[in-house]
Design a protein around this ligand. Structure first.
Ligand SMILES: Cc1cc2nc3c(=O)[nH]c(=O)nc-3n(C[C@H](O)[C@H](O)[C@H](O)COP(=O)(O)O)c2cc1C
Length: 330
C-alpha cells in the first residue's frame, strides 16, 4: 500500500492533504470531522486585524454610549479584546490537540507591521505548530509603488521570524510581476514554506437589486494550473517547502501537484462543495495513482515528477500557445 506520510514545514504529516484556511477550520466539530476523514493537518481560519478592530469599535460603542472616550480605558479595552481573541484561539488549538493527532497551522492577516509580529507571538504562545502569513492587501493606493509594498512584506516576514520559533510560511497571491524573485527573497529570509496561491474575495455588482454582491466564492476545477506551473518552476530553485493551494478538486489534480513538487496540498472549495467525506475520496484516489505508477511513497512521487519536469520546469515557462494557435482557429 502506498505510504502518504510526508513532512511540511518540518512537521510530520500522515499525508499531504491540509484543509486550507477557511470557515471550515474555525470550529472544533468541523475540524474533528475532517481529520476523521483523513486530513493530514489544518490551517486555521485567518485572524484578521481588521475584524478584531471592527469588533473592538462595535464593543466600544456599546460600552461607552455617548460618553466621551477616555484614553486609558481605550487602551485597557484594546488589550482585553486581544486577550479574548487569543484566548478563544488557544482554546480551539487545545481542543484540536486533545481530539486529533494532526499539526495545527495558525493564520494571520494584519495591516499594521507591529501587529503582525505581536499576533504571531500570541499564536505561538497559544500552541500553534506553525504560522501561515496571509500576506496580501489589494494595492489600490495609486501613489504606493510595488517596491514599497514589497519592502513592507519583507519587513513583516523578517520581524515575524525574529519573534517566533515555530516554522513560518507565507501565502502569496499570484499577482506579482516578479514572482520567482520574490519567492527566492522570502526563501533567503528563512521562511519555511510558500503557499501558492491565495484566492481573494471578489465583489461583483448585482444589476437586478442595484447593490454590491459577492462574486464566485469557490474555485473551479480548472483553477489549478497557476499553482502547478509555479511549483514546477520553482521547486528546484528554492530550499523552502512549497504548498499547493487553488483549484484542487480531484485526486488527479492533487496527484499532479505532488508530481510538480508540492510538499503539501491545501484543499478548500472541494470540501465546501462535496462535504468532509470527500477528503477520503481525494486521498484514496492519490493512493490509486501511486499504486498504478508503482510509487511507494511521497519522495518517490517527487522523484518521478522531476523526471517529467526536467530543467527547472522549463516546459512550464512557455507562456504563448504557438502550435496550439494553429490548431484552434475556429
Ligand atoms: C469561504 C472561504 C474562506 C476563506 N478564508 C480564508 C482565510 O481566512 N484565510 C486565508 O488565507 N485564505 C482563505 N481562503 C482561501 C483558501 O484558503 C484557499 O487558498 C483558496 O480558496 C484556494 O483553494 P481552493 O481552490 O481549494 O478553494 C478562503 C476561501 C474560501 C472559499
Amino acid at each position: 500500500m502506498a505510504d502518504l506520510k510526508t513532512k511540511y514545514l518540518g512537521l510530520e504529516l500522515k499525508n499531504p492533504l491540509l484543509v486550507g484556511s477557511c470557515g471550515l477550520t474555525a470550529s472544533i466539530d468541523s475540524i474533528v470531522k475532517m481529520v476523521d476523514y483523513g486530513a493530514g493537518g489544518v490551517v486555521l481560519k485567518s485572524l484578521f486585524e481588521e475584524e478584531i478592530i471592527l469588533e473592538h469599535e462595535k464593543n466600544m460603542k456599546e460600552k461607552l454610549g455617548s460618553q466621551e472616550s477616555n484614553l486609558e480605558f481605550l487602551d485597557y479595552f484594546d488589550y482585553q479584546l486581544k486577550e479574548n481573541t487569543f484566548k478563544k484561539q488557544r482554546e480551539l488549538i487545545d481542543e484540536i490537540k486533545a481530539k486529533t493527532d494532526v499539526p495545527v497551522i495558525a493564520s494571520i492577516n494584519c495591516y499594521s507591521v507591529g501587529e503582525w509580529f505581536s499576533y504571531a507571538k500570541l499564536l505561538e504562545d497559544a500552541g500553534a505548530d506553525a504560522l501561515e502569513l496571509n500576506l496580501y492587501r489589494i494595492p489600490s493606493k495609486i501613489n504606493v509603488s510595488a517596491e514599497e509594498i514589497l519592502k513592507g512584506y519583507f519587513e513583516i516576514v523578517k520581524r515575524v521570524k525574529e519573534h517566533v520559533k515555530i516554522p513560518v510560511s507565507v501565502k502569496l497571491s499570484p499577482y506579482f510581476t516578479d514572482l520567482g524573485n520574490i519567492v527566492s527573497q522570502f526563501d533567503l529570509l528563512g521562511v519555511d514554506g510558500i503557499v501558492m496561491f491565495n484566492r481573494f474575495y471578489s465583489p461583483d455588482i448585482d444589476l437586478e437589486n442595484d447593490r454590491i454582491a459577492s462574486g464566485p466564492v469557490y474555485s473551479s476545477p480548472n483553477d489549478y494550473t497557476d499553482s502547478l506551473r509555479w511549483i514546477a518552476m520553482l521547486k528546484e530553485q528554492v530550499t523552502c517547502d512549497l504548498s499547493a493551494s487553488g483549484g484542487v478538486h480531484t485526486p488527479d489534480t492533487f496527484f499532479k501537484m505532488l508530481l510538480a513538487g508540492a510538499n503539501s496540498v491545501q484543499v478548500v472549495s472541494a470540501i465546501y462543495k462535496n462535504g468532509s467525506g470527500y477528503i477520503r475520496d481525494l486521498l484514496s484516489g492519490v493512493e490509486k495513482w501511486m499504486e498504478k505508477k508503482q510509487l511507494a511513497n511521497i519522495d518517490e512521487v517527487h522523484r518521478f515528477g522531476r523526471k517529467l519536469v526536467p530543467n527547472h520546469g522549463e516546459v512550464f515557462e512557455r507562456a504563448q500557445f504557438m502550435k496550439y494557435f494553429g490548431q484552434h482557429q475556429q
